[in-house]
Design a protein around this ligand. Structure first.
Ligand code: C2E
Ligand code: MG
Ligand code: MG
Ligand code: MG
Length: 284
């Protein structure tokens, strides 16, 4: 009896597992078809200079406009795409679209200093083709390399030699490299010195914190980053008090719902200062 009960549980487990595999397989083929059918869309969220409030650039954030499902968030399909090289197809599409969009905005008169940031999966960065993919997007759009920033999550940067080498090769193209979600991994100060990166993006979990220890830590990160000539962006800023703290700690740029949510290109504010720097309605 005990044995058959055990087997029963194993069968239930097997069924749940195979259902999940089937589900994942379906999602993957739907995504593959969706990319081909032009169902991916980008939303853009401004990154602001902490001192002036001027927009310094925009982070491109992918969504999947899946028929019958509405806008699917990246958390709900990127992990599935990362199970295969499908995530490289997503990456190539995002690179092409985001660089082309910044060129369109520039043609419409937005500042030439503006940058666009693209998130690349660690899996994509570890592929030998990643440098060609980025170079192709720059060539096709005509965007100057220094106006493109590639964001790579901290957790994949550390201890992966292929990625360290790829970052160096990408940086040789002239693009900027940002370590995303900084503070969620275990990069040491020593590694910061060796990584070919330009920017640290401090994760929202650190931006939210109010305990003296964590605040001191954020201050140390900013100081170490500046000592290595890196700039620091704080992400997920939602409260005016967070902005004040980050300003006091010397953070260069800020990004978050306090200033603007990610929006489709047509709805993204131009490159002037945003609230709370500008509280009066702007004219012209
Ligand atoms: P991320 O790169 O760290 O992006 C920041 C996420 O925080 C975005 O979520 C953004 O909408 C959200 N966010 C921004 N400001 C605030 C705020 O003030 N409060 C809160 N609560 N959230 C804020 P989103 O767009 O859902 O993206 C989630 C993650 O998915 C991204 O995290 C990134 O890791 C990944 N992702 C997004 N687009 C792409 C892409 O094109 N390719 C790849 N490989 N990954 C992507
Ligand atoms: Mg990012
Ligand atoms: Mg981030
Ligand atoms: Mg984050």
């Amino acid at each position: 009896r005990a044995k058959s009960g055990g087997r029963g549980r194993a069968e239930v487990f097997d069924e749940a597992l195979s259902r999940e595999l089937v589900e994942r397989g379906r999602l993957e083929s739907a995504l593959r078809a969706g990319i081909a059918a032009g169902e991916l869309v980008l939303h853009y969220q401004p990154i602001l200079d902490t001192g002036s409030g001027e927009v310094a650039g925009y982070e491109a954030l992918v969504r999947w406009d899946r028929p019958g499902h509405g806008l699917v968030a990246p958390a709900d399909f990127i992990p599935v795409a990362e199970r295969s090289t499908l995530v490289c197809d997503v990456g190539r599409w995002v690179l092409a679209e985001a660089t082309a969009q910044l060129v369109r905005w520039t043609a419409e008169g937005r500042g030439e200093h503006l940058t666009v940031s693209v998130n690349l999966s660690g899996r994509h960065v570890a592929q030998p083709g990643v440098v060609t993919d980025v170079a192709d997007a720059l060539a096709a759009s005509g965007l100057a390399p220094h106006r493109l920033a590639l964001e790579i999550t901290e957790t994949v940067v550390v201890d992966v030699l292929e990625i360290e080498e790829a970052l160096r090769a990408l940086r040789d193209l002239g693009v900027r490299i940002s370590i995303d979600d900084f503070g969620t991994g275990y990069t040491s100060i020593h590694q910061l010195q060796h990584l070919a990166v330009d920017t640290l993006k401090i994760d929202r979990s650190l931006v939210e914190a109010t305990t003296p220890g964590v605040l001191a830590l954020v201050g140390l990160v900013v100081q170490a980053a500046h000592a290595f000539d890196l700039t620091v962006v704080a992400e997920g800023v939602e409260e005016p008090e967070q902005l004040e703290r980050l300003r006091a700690l010397g953070c260069d740029s800020v990004q978050g719902f306090l200033f603007a949510r990610p929006e489709p290109a047509g709805l993204v504010a131009d490159d002037g200062p945003l609230e709370p720097w500008v509280t009066e309605p702007r004219v012209g």
